[in-house]
Design a protein around this ligand. Sequence first.
Ligand SMILES: Cc1ncc(COP(=O)(O)O)c(C=O)c1O
Length: 356
Amino acid sequence: MKSAKHHTSIPHSRPTLGHEEIQFVSEVIGSGHIAQGAIVSRFEQALAKNAGIKGAVACSSGTSALHLTLLAMEIRSGDEVIFPSYVCSALLNAVRYVGATPVLAEINPYTWNIDPEDVKKRLTHRTKAIIVPHLFGLAADLNQLISLGVPVIEDCAQAVGATCDGKNVGSLGFAAIFSFYATKVITTGEGGMVLSNSQDLLNRIRDLREYDQKSTLRVRYNYKMTDIQASMGLAQLDRLQSFIRKRRSIAQQYYKGFDSLPFQLPLRDDGHIYYRYVIILEEDSGPQILALAKKGIECARPVYMPLHRYLKTRGYRRTEQIWKKSLSIPIYPSLTDDDVNRIIDSVVEVLGELIS
Ligand SMILES: Cc1ncc(COP(=O)(O)O)c(C=O)c1O
């Protein structure tokens, strides 16, 4: 008979929260100042310092951070913005908020990040920005993209703490956006941030972020973060390095455990933080996601639907293939050794059936 604990499901994602977050949040609530204030500024400075960037502006989400960045860059109707099809729809929404035209690019089949060669082919005189997600925690290769001469916005929503040739993600492009949604590497429940070395850009974003006490009637937003959220963010940032160590250690156990499986595993890279651990099968991963759910292991396709499908655009063969065959298995710091072993055993059993 199976032990009782095997009846509880292991979720695909889960935030890692503890007494540190409770203490920091309690202090803010006790202080009586809960809206955007000094703690938000502290969180901004701490994240900017962590990435080696001059300044930051906290926002209500990664989407609002990207929206304000595009607005502050004066990107509008008639302009084109390039980003990969293989990413969540938040990017498509933000580009549409400002009325610009989304131009989707293919991915590299090994890194699953945006393919610079494909970006090059899609450049026009209207291209005003390239948004580069560091997907699943692996830094995209930015050198070639930056050399194209179009401003690069790094999307670090899945990659806080990741590095590329020893350099922090978020420190190489014109601006970088982050998300602190509940399932992200560090969380504030909902939340986001823009980092940049351009004080001018940050000042414009700060102005657009709130509407009150302004002498002109420009369209502005309420996209602020609260001190309650920022206090949780500070506690999480204190724990970032230990979170990353744990993620990397679980990833190493997975590489070892899946050694015998003939499937594509995440690219091994010292700067990878393994926000997701994705396995690419040789066929549609739907049946395996269901089979693992029956064993109490919640898996998913890590991108819900590639953007070219929403836009009904043809092409994107690589994106289509990777998306269909992708299987993301749980990886986060609060997994216990028992959880990790159970995940490895179940994945090997279910995927093993594909090759027997
Ligand atoms: C790569 C990427 N960019 C942007 C976002 C948007 O962030 P948020 O959900 O905080 O608006 C996400 C969130 O899922 C993401 O994964």
